[in-house]
Design a protein around this ligand. Sequence first.
Ligand code: SF4
Length: 399
Amino acid sequence: MRAKWGKGVIVVMYIDYSKYPFALSQRELVELYVERPSVLASRDATLREKLSIIVKEIIERGELPYNACSSIEECVLLYYTILDLAKAIGDKWFQNRVALVYSKYASRSMVQESPEKLLLLGRKLGLEVLLVSGEPDIPKIPMVSKSGKVVRFVPCEFAVSVLSYLRVVSRRLIHDQSYNLINNIVKNGYVYLDQKTYQRVLEEAVLNTILSTIEESSPPLGLEEFTRLVADIKKLLVEGRREQYVEPIEKEKTQVAVKIELKSGELPIIEDLFPPCITRIISILRSGGNPSHVERFNLAAFLGSIGLDVDSVLEYFKTSADFNEKIARYQVEHILGIRGGKKKYLPYSCEKMRTSGICPIQEQCKGGKNPVAVYKYNIRKYLKTSKENKDADKAAGGI
Ligand code: SF4
């Protein structure tokens, strides 16, 4: 097996920064612009208008508008301005939304790219990665078709250093067992990935890069024009989220309270008694965060298992940065056994939650070996204590 594009090989290749603006580093940016992007954009009426169009689309549709900028320079300039605005506004939901929209947009563009271009993109994102060649020695993984009848061998041409790989996947992807090192080909400090998996890792690297760029950015808060721009974008954010997100959050609180009274014959829904793993996922969602696919699955399976219907489960997901009602409803209906094979899923066992990195505590919760059993135990204990307290109050009143 030999590495193509290893050290010492010079290949001229260009990156289209209109698709991948995050790949242009802050240092390269300084060479392109006399002033910083957010200063330029806040002083130019045309750029401000374009900025509003892009931000509106990001908030309302979770997309980047087609042909919103007229040149590569403009795309990069507007991208860095949006990042400065996201930092200045400080809304976690908006920051995650921006990162998700740009990473998904990049991911769709990556499908058209050559392996060499994907390699370059990975390196631009700070990954230590090689493109391997050398048939027939190139590592291959067997993939079984859906019917189970055809097996094809997929080449793993991308070798990412274990360190780079873990840095990218440790935030969310690692919850999915298929990204665990023991389920991948690891040799001489490199993880070997097929193109599809490498692209997914790149998408995650883009998301992480954007979020840390927002974190590290220092917007020109002293500039009057920029402060006015921040106020305009805040207005768009409030208007855009009012329709889609604010109302559902308020509705959710009352719904949960009503459920406790209405479902007297069933398991009462008391969020304070949810186990820590579930509470953690809910708090990520409520702070506008972006839980992993596996965390979302477990939350939906837990809520469905304790008796919530599809609409009530969806209320929990409405605050996520990438919420799409149509897709979310379809997935929740699957998990609750209303669609597809009509199989109702349970959340993972505590042991699997732990190996997937979703259990946030060291000890085992009391009451069982899975979150539903633990919740039932918490409820029984709560009801018993409430009854004992009532009896004690009665007895005290009788004296
Ligand atoms: S021990 Fe089980 S129920 Fe408790 S937090 Fe961990 S995974 Fe959840």
